[in-house]
Design a protein around this ligand. Structure first.
Ligand SMILES: C[S@@+](CC[C@H](N)C(=O)[O-])C[C@H]1O[C@@H](n2cnc3c(N)ncnc32)[C@H](O)[C@@H]1O
Length: 324
């Protein structure tokens, strides 16, 4: 971990763009070797030859799409999502299928805000039933934690779920939260943002080099996301319909080529291979214009995800078609 005073000094000394590039490099090199695979090439191919189940590093799952906190530029579009609740029975079937196909090191139950789901405890129990050896994390903004009842805490404790909450600059009853967690033997972790969020602008015209975007995304947004029985490379693509619907944009939708069905793909190594490669939609991520900004409340305007002057202008049909 780079000490805080070094980070702060560099932030002041270096031009912003250089600082952002340096940070991207340090994170890629030392902190985040990708969210899909974290085993060596030899181990991967050995497993493939012997038909062992592959090991996915991280999986992200929405419990709700909407949230009770409007973070500016949310990368899951939760601040502009209509209320939407995952179906516990459906997700249970999807977890069962995934468990047949692969091992998963870390599973994040999030959203949206997962605590808005009245049956949130069931997701925790279901994930643990199917993945007895995974680290399972419930990621929340923490606002509703003091109001959660005994079944919630029991489910987290009995299912060995890690409770993670963000260090947003909002008032949280952290002493009470930690007390309740300790009573039920629930491990607690903090998601540290240092008051910073990341904007990777969406290029509405799709004029970016998708392979380059994907390579740079590996340490940033690339995080296998399960939605309705399909795996997407990231939440941006999985939930882009929330963005297009809100702003009335055409031609930006994800197609079947941007995700893979966990029920139709018989060979789990096909799924892993899919997740390790760029998808057509990657041409919409503009990493050259990516920037960090101070966490804040959303005004729900399109420029939270786009770069002017394109913000608000729908792409032409030709540009959409050129995307392939
Ligand atoms: C979409 S939130 C959902 C879970 C929960 N509502 C919360 O706030 O933690 C999941 C994670 O994504 C992070 N996140 C969302 N948009 C982001 C952005 N633009 N930059 C950095 N982190 C972001 C959140 O801070 C949180 O840690």
């Amino acid at each position: 971990m780079v000490p805080g005073f070094v980070r702060h000094a560099l932030r002041h000394l270096l031009p912003k763009a250089t600082g952002d590039r340096l940070r991207e490099f340090v994170i890629a090199r030392y902190y985040a070797p990708g969210m899909v695979l974290r085993i060596g090439v030899v181990e991967y191919w050995w497993g493939r030859v012997w038909r062992n189940r592959p090991r996915l590093h991280r999986l992200v799952v929405h419990v709700t799409d909407h949230c009770n906190l409007d973070c500016k530029g949310c990368s899951h579009f939760s601040n502009i999502a209509e209320p939407a609740f995952a179906d516990p029975e459906q997700l249970d079937r999807e977890f069962a299928r995934l468990a047949e196909l692969m091992e998963i090191t870390e599973i994040y139950l999030l959203g949206g805000e997962p605590l808005l789901h009245p049956r949130v405890a069931e997701f925790a129990r279901s994930a643990r039933r199917h993945f007895p050896r995974s680290k399972i994390i419930l990621l929340t903004n923490g606002i509703l934690l003091p109001r959660m009842g005994p079944e919630f805490w029991r489910a987290l404790g009995e299912s060995r779920i890690t409770l993670m909450y963000d260090d947003y600059p909002i008032r949280l009853q952290t002493d009470l939260i930690r007390e309740r967690a300790a009573e039920h033997d629930v491990g607690v972790e903090l998601m540290e943002h240092d008051n910073e969020f990341l904007k990777v602008p969406i290029d509405l015209e799709g004029s970016q080099d998708g392979a380059d975007s994907f390579a740079r995304c590996r340490t940033v947004m690339n995080c296998p996301t399960l939605r309705d029985g399909r795996l997407y490379p990231c939440a941006y693509i999985a939930y882009i319909d929330l963005f297009t619907k809100r702003f009335g944009i055409e031609g930006l939708e994800a197609t079947d080529l941007d995700s893979i069905s966990i029920f139709e793909a018989g060979d789990p190594y096909r799924i892993m291979a899919f997740l390790l490669k760029p998808v057509p939609w990657c041409c919409h991520c503009d990493f050259d214009s990516a920037e960090h900004y101070a966490w804040g409340r959303s005004a729900c305007t399109i420029d939270e995800w786009t770069v002017p002057p394109h913000g608000g202008v729908a792409p032409s049909r030709e540009a959409s078609n050129a995307r392939g």
